[in-house]
Structure formats: C-alpha cells, structure tokens
Design a protein around this ligand. Structure first.
Ligand SMILES: [Zn+2]
Length: 348
C-alpha cells in the first residue's frame, strides 16, 4: 500500500520533482546572487534528502502494514481451515465408524432377552458413552418390573403432595437406559468420564437441573435426536457449543436418587422441550454394542425383568415403545391391580 507523504513547501515539491527527473542544482561562484542561490541549493538538497527519507519511511511502513495484514488474514484463514479440517475429520471418522459398527453382527446372549435385536435402520450410537468395567451394569429402558411396580406400589396421594411416584407420569415406564457406575471406594466423589458416543456431530442445547435428572442434566442434539445425559456431577462442555464429536469427553457421572449411575435418554429433536416423547435408545446402538448392553444387563436379572403383558408384548429391550407423557394414563400399562401383579410387586 502506498501512502502520500505530506510535505510543506513549494521548494520541497520542486526538489521531489527535480530528484525524480535527475535534476542537479548548481550556483555560479562570484555571481551577484551566489549567496541566495547557495541558500536555495542547501534548502533544495535538504528537502531532497527529507523527501527521500519520508518516501523510504512511507514505503517501509506501507510494506509493514501490508505484511501485518497479510499475516493476520493468513492466521485467520489457517485457523478456519484448521477448524474445518478437524470437523471434517471428526465427521469422516464418525461416518466410517458408524458404518463399520453397523456391520458387526450381533453376538450377545442374555437372560433378559430371548431375541436378537433388529439391525437398526439408523445407528445413533457408535460406542457406549462410558467405558464399562467389570462391576458396572445396565438397567433397561421401558416396561421394567421395578418401574412398573414403583408406579403400582407408590400411587400419588392427592392429599399428600410429598408423594412422588417416579414412574406414574411415565405410565410405569423407565424413560432411559441406566449405566450403573459404582464409585471407586478410594475416590467416592469423583465421577466417571462420559463421552459423546454418536458419530453424528452434536450441539449442546441444555445444561441444568430440570428434566428429573438431578443434580445436572446435559442435552446434546445430534441431527433428528437429542440425547440427555442425567445425574451428572460435572459438565465439561457449554450450551451452544457445536461440533461435539465422537469420543469427546463431555461430563463426569454422578449420583441420582441415591445410586451412582448415568441415565441416558433419547428424545426427538423436533420436540425435546415440549411433551417430551422418549424414544427407546436400545435399537439406536450398533448391534455389537447392544450385545454389550445385554451382557451387562444380565448382572441385574431381577431389576431388568420386563413386566409380563399379553402376547409377550414389550418383552425385550428392543421392542419397548416410545413414551408419550401427555397420552392417557392407562395407555401403556395394565391396571396393576391383578393378584398376580400384586404378588410380583411384593418382591420390590
Ligand atoms: Zn434412569
């Protein structure tokens, strides 16, 4: 970039023009106006030197400004390119992983499931959100005996507002998949690391104390789904954060309802704040991961038994229905008043 240098007098401009044309100023000795001529020559040479210095300074400054600007733009471009490359790479890794795990055949067998899972039309989860250890276990989503009996044994008393049957509003259904994560006895207050398990990039849409997943719930939107991670002791991302990638560390597990565990829910992205339909998360895990869930659920066979319904309906982890809390109260469960149901619930 060129900049004009403001200079003061006509003499100086003359000098600049003269310098550009190669003009040299000379005075004839002993002539009548020699002294005045010499003074002018001195002024001319000073002005010429000054003009050259100013021009050089202007060029140097312009070059420096241009270089600084180029560096700044280059930095920005490099930063943008870097972020884009990272996000592209995250997405590619996720896609590759998603298609890879979708091809791995189901190999599990568990006491709670007699049927292999259907291959999901869409794999939302390419991994489990937590690395499961030998003492960790899984509690199923859906019409489990304990959630059914919680509703049945602890009905809401209209005269006692302190009664809180957890599963009444949910028609006796457990609305998430629990990962039982016993605390390390040596570090009882340090939660386990929770990772984003979807190969689809996510955006953090909620962090807070609502949604019945105290102390803290974290919700991440992945395309058509919102995943809720509940009962967290710490959250490592921020609301509005985008490009949550596969394997990113997002939270630490905590304690909910007196039990250290992670509660994972899936909701439709179209209505995660409204009536809050819950979707069965199990079929959204890749088949090989469903096998791991089955294996870990087998550690708690009593708690994972599904409440018996006619025709074996809702008898497996995979065929549990969506839960729509605004539907009629009797929509999802039988009366809960039969002798056999009373007998079953006495165990809980
Ligand atoms: Zn739960």
């Amino acid at each position: 970039m060129w900049r004009f240098v403001a200079v003061g007098t006509t003499v100086i401009w003359l000098a600049v023009v003269a310098a550009a044309c190669g003009f040299a100023y000379t005075c004839t000795p002993n002539s009548a106006d020699y002294e005045r001529c010499e003074q002018q020559r001195q002024q001319y040479e000073d002005a010429q030197r000054k003009a050259q210095e100013d021009a050089q300074e202007a060029i140097r400054k312009a070059a420096k400004d241009a270089a600084d600007q180029a560096i700044e733009e280059g930095k920005k471009q490099a930063q943008n390119a870097f972020e884009q490359a990272i996000n592209d790479a995250k997405q590619k890794i996720g896609d590759a992983l998603g298609s890879l795990v979708a091809q791995i055949p189901f190999f599990g067998s568990g006491v709670t499931s007699t049927q292999p899972p259907q291959t999901p039309s869409l794999v939302l989860f390419s991994d489990l959100p937590v690395t499961l250890g030998k003492d960790d276990y899984v509690l199923w989503y859906g019409n489990t005996e304990w959630s059914f009996c919680d509703r049945y044994l602890h009905p809401r008393d209209p005269n006692d507002p302190t009664t809180r049957p957890f599963y009444e509003a949910l028609r006796g259904m457990h609305d998430g998949l629990d990962f039982g994560l016993p605390m390390d006895p040596k570090k009882p207050f340090v939660g386990r690391e929770i990772f984003s398990a979807s190969h689809t990039l996510g955006e953090v849409v909620y962090i807070g104390t609502s949604y019945g997943a105290e102390p803290t719930a974290l919700m991440i939107k992945h395309g058509d789904y919102v995943v809720l991670y509940g009962h967290l002791s710490a959250v490592l991302v921020q609301v509005g954060q985008k490009n949550i990638g596969f394997g990113d560390k997002i939270a630490l597990s905590g304690i909910g309802n007196g039990v250290s565990h992670l509660h994972l829910e899936v909701l439709p992205a179209s209505d995660w704040q409204g009536k809050r339909t819950r979707i069965n998360p199990v079929p959204l895990f890749a088949p090989s991961l469903q096998a791991q869930l089955v294996e870990k659920a087998a550690k708690s066979p009593v708690w994972n038994r599904f409440h018996p319904l006619p025709n074996g309906k809702w008898g497996t982890p995979q065929d549990q229905p969506n839960i729509e809390p605004t539907s009629a109260p009797q929509y999802l469960v039988p009366s809960g008043n039969t002798e056999s149901e009373k007998a079953i619930c006495k165990q809980y």
